[in-house]
Write a protein that binds this ligand. Structure first.
Ligand code: PGA
Length: 243
């Protein structure tokens, strides 16, 4: 008799399927609003990318939210290549300011001040018992933040080499002059210490990786770092497709 195939418990994972990317953004904004209402001095961690744009748009249109005592962190940031003159890409700090942080109060922490001290940044995120809510996207290669394939669940906050697929997807080339090859990322260990995690995935192109990461048939693996979220007790995955 062959041993029964073990399936992974997804007890802590809730799937929310919405009609489109804007609905995902609006629903995610309500989660942020609830978090701030329940705990005004929440520690929140925000991602960059195309996926969270509708969330930030929705939050910009919620002037009733009180951000004053919140602590706001970036999930990741490119390490600037050594070159003179203006950068050919937008930093994640510029993105966060433009999309949300310039519109709201709160204590904002920028990764670029901690490239030499990733552990100090992690300590700040963890102050007060871990982040209250970490919001994530997911890369086509299963990365969350810049925890690229190979990242274990106890990965610290660190500077890492970007995966080739990430550089192609983000800059249109594996190595392009003036573009970063490294990033600093909040580690999986700090992400998994959050009280709550919200992963946003929209568009058909994300369907395969979400299915692979969260299939109960696949044990979590560092080959697909997002799959470690299955072990967390309180994860919401919002999509505009069926998983
Ligand atoms: P995207 O990036 O939102 O632009 O798809 C997500 C990610 O790579 O984490």
């Amino acid at each position: 008799m062959s041993p029964e195939r073990e399936t992974e418990s997804l007890a802590g994972v809730r799937f929310v399927r919405l009609p489109n990317a804007n609905a995902v953004g609006e629903q995610a904004a309500l989660m942020v609003a609830n978090q701030l209402a329940n705990k005004p001095n929440s520690t929140l961690v925000f991602p960059t990318g195309k996926t969270p744009l509708p969330l930030y748009q929705a939050l910009r249109h919620m002037p009733e939210l009180d951000w004053h005592s919140s602590r706001l962190f970036q999930l990741d940031e490119y390490v600037k290549p050594k070159m003179a003159g203006p950068l050919p890409y937008e930093t994640f700090a510029e993105f966060m300011d433009r999309e949300l942080w310039d519109y709201i109060a709160g204590h904002k922490f920028y990764i670029q001040h901690y490239f030499q001290q990733p552990a100090d940044y992690e300590q700040l995120v963890l102050q007060g018992g871990g982040p209250d809510l970490v919001i994530l996207g997911i890369g086509g290669n299963g990365h969350v933040a810049f925890n690229e394939p190979g990242s274990s669940p106890d990965s610290p906050t660190r500077v890492i080499e970007l995966a080739e697929q990430t550089m192609v997807s983000n800059f249109g080339g594996a190595i392009k002059p003036g573009y970063p090859t490294q990033a600093m990322t909040l580690g999986l260990k700090a992400i998994l210490s959050a009280r709550e995690i919200l992963l946003l995935a929209t568009g058909e192109s994300k369907k395969a990786v979400v299915k692979a990461a969260f299939s109960p048939e696949n044990p979590p693996s560092s080959d697909c770092p997002a799959s470690w979220l299955k072990r967390h007790p309180n994860v919401t995955i919002m999509t505009d497709f069926d998983v």
